[in-house]
Write a protein that binds this ligand. Structure first.
Ligand code: SME
Length: 164
């Protein structure tokens, strides 16, 4: 198989996410190591999706979120549950779409250029194990189609990986 990550045509976002999901299935097939799988998932998403400035993982370790494999600029390492967009999505176990991060109370600005964000909680065997986080320098970059598409990608990552 090819490990090359093609930029996708996201003019039709649903089709774009379907293609990306098929590509991720292939990329994760036969591999259960969570770091390897998180690294390849982050790289695939970052290279395939337009207008994304950061894409990656935070994993729950001893009650706080710690940055995992990602693509983009260096990021904040530790985020307490309930803090920032990531910690709030994790605490609520809900996907959070934030069209304007400056309007989100407690947003943690790892990159001052970031303007919008989406965070998907990762649930494995009923337990919160971390989050998938994407940032953009464009306001309102992410919508419900992105949220559902990214939830599917996050599920594929969790199912393939031996996390808990
Ligand atoms: N903005 C996030 C912090 C993580 S970075 O965006 C990579 C937050 O508010 O939780």
């Amino acid at each position: 198989m090819s490990y090359h990550s093609e930029p996708h045509d996201f003019t039709d976002k649903r089709t774009g996410y379907e293609q990306l999901a098929a590509q991720l299935r292939g990329l994760l097939e036969g591999e259960t190591d969570p770091i390897a799988n998180a690294a390849n998932t982050a790289a695939l998403i970052f290279n395939a999706l337009p207008e994304v400035s950061w894409a990656g993982f935070y994993f729950l370790r001893e009650g706080e979120l710690i940055v995992g494999p990602f693509q983009g600029k260096p990021a904040c390492v530790r985020i307490a549950l309930g803090h920032g967009v990531c910690g709030t999505a994790a605490a609520k176990r809900e996907t959070l779409l934030v069209p304007d991060v400056s309007a989100f109370p407690g947003h943690i600005a790892c990159d001052a250029a970031s303007q919008s964000e989406v965070v998907v909680p990762l649930i494995a065997a009923g337990q919160l194990v971390g989050v998938l986080d994407l940032d953009s320098t464009r306001l309102a970059r992410f919508d419900e189609v992105d949220a559902r598409g990214l939830e599917q990608l996050a599920t594929l990552f969790v199912q393939a990986s031996r996390i808990v």
